[in-house]
Design a binder for this molecule. Structure first.
Ligand SMILES: Cc1cc2nc3c(=O)[nH]c(=O)nc-3n(C[C@H](O)[C@H](O)[C@H](O)COP(=O)(O)OP(=O)(O)OC[C@H]3O[C@@H](n4cnc5c(N)ncnc54)[C@H](O)[C@@H]3O)c2cc1C
Length: 344
């Protein structure tokens, strides 16, 4: 595809969309980025919570309620994260494991964007034309180019190419009228759901230093898969006398309780933490979030890690094609940008 003046819309400003948009822009394409959320990051997400304490003071805490962190294995992704580390966008987190955790052979060591999870995507997408709060719900072919539709309005026209960097079910809905075979393959891809609890409790010992405690727990049974002390992660704000928790339920438990009322899920996860810790907790603030499409099961990447049809100008990337997880999303986006910028 010829870069000069080529107009490309990238749908989804998670890591895949931000990375693809950045690489295409750097190669000379005229790129617009769209996301339905208020900001970038997608499942690299941080929730800002505010509540009023019993003494009427305003309290605040941030919770990384999507991916807690990620690993890097491939040479290309390792090179990317090491550069991001040098640029101050990522920190290495080697959490102390909670007693009673599943014990892996190697201690977990995760990359964590700082100061919050979307920070990595914010840096990658900095300066790119970005429209947030825009759910693209239709693609139309008109006068040889693509149009984007959102809530009955045309939001972009005369596009030479459209990149879908969306979770598979959302990409499938847009592709069905134009690329039925791709849509059917995306629709058939399994996605794991996840219920997440975000909350703060009063520390049993107000003088306790979270550095001296543990940062991560992997329960071996029950509803909880990950117990994260969010305030033990690098670059996060710590409040004396307060513990900040992010609890991720297992995919199986989340699947069984997918349509359960939030209050019921919240109570069950609070109870699960108390049972696992073996003590009662004094909750100050608590909320839950349901990820209908949290992650894709680890699997071999799709051949080529992306789909690109130069004839129609449609491209698809994201974790589901790249082999799962944050690394899969980045590898897929890079593969698509390279395919699109390759000589015709
Ligand atoms: C609870 C949880 C735990 C996880 N744990 C890990 C882990 O330990 N390690 C790991 O590697 N990965 C983990 N992941 C998965 C990881 O976060 C994802 O694989 C990765 O972030 C996916 O990036 P992406 O860019 O492909 O998709 P996303 O980040 O989902 O980005 C897609 C974007 O598209 C936008 N969008 C969707 N539909 C539309 C539309 N119609 N119009 C416009 N915009 C739209 C969304 O708002 C979103 O911003 C976890 C995820 C969750 C939720």
């Amino acid at each position: 595809m010829k870069a000069a003046a080529a107009r490309v819309a990238v749908l989804g400003a998670g890591l895949a969309g931000a990375t693809c948009a950045r690489m295409l822009t750097d190669a000379g394409f005229n790129v617009q980025l769209f996301d339905k959320s208020r900001g970038v990051g997608g499942r690299l997400a941080t929730r800002r919570a505010e509540w009023t304490a019993p003494d009427s003071s305003l309290q605040r805490a941030n919770f990384d309620h999507g991916a807690p962190g990620f690993n890097a294995h491939s040479q290309d992704f390792c090179a990317f994260v090491e550069q991001a580390h040098r640029d101050g966008l990522l920190a290495r987190w080697v959490p102390s494991m909670a007693p009673g955790s599943y014990a892996p052979l190697d201690a977990p060591a995760l990359w964590v964007p700082v100061p919050d999870m979307p920070a990595l995507c914010r840096a990658i997408a900095a300066g790119l034309p970005l429209q947030t709060g825009c759910t693209v719900d239709g693609l139309r072919r008109e006068h040889g180019g693509w149009c984007l539709l959102s809530a009955g309005e045309t939001v972009s026209t005369e596009l030479d190419a459209v990149v879908l960097a969306l979770p598979p079910p959302q990409a499938a809905a847009l592709l069905a009228p134009h690329q039925l075979a791709w849509a059917q393959r995306l629709q058939a891809m399994p996605m794991l759901p996840g219920w997440t609890l975000m909350g703060t409790t009063t520390e049993p010992d107000p003088g306790a230093n979270t550095d001296a405690g543990w940062g991560l727990g992997w329960p071996t049974s029950g509803p909880l898969a990950w117990v994260v002390r969010n305030d033990a992660k690098p670059g996060r704000i710590r409040t004396p006398g307060q513990a900040q928790w992010v609890l991720h339920a297992t995919a199986a438990w989340s699947h069984t309780h997918l349509e359960a009322p939030a209050a019921e899920v919240q109570a069950a996860l609070q109870q699960a933490l108390a049972v696992w810790l073996g003590r009662s907790l004094d909750w100050q603030h608590v909320a839950v979030h349901r990820w209908r499409y949290a992650s894709v099961p680890r699997a071999a990447a799709t051949p080529g890690r992306c789909w690109w049809d130069a004839g129609t100008g449609l491209g698809v990337c994201g974790d589901a094609l790249g082999g799962a997880g944050v690394e899969g999303a980045w590898l897929s986006a890079r593969a698509l940008a390279l395919a699109m910028t390759a000589a015709p």
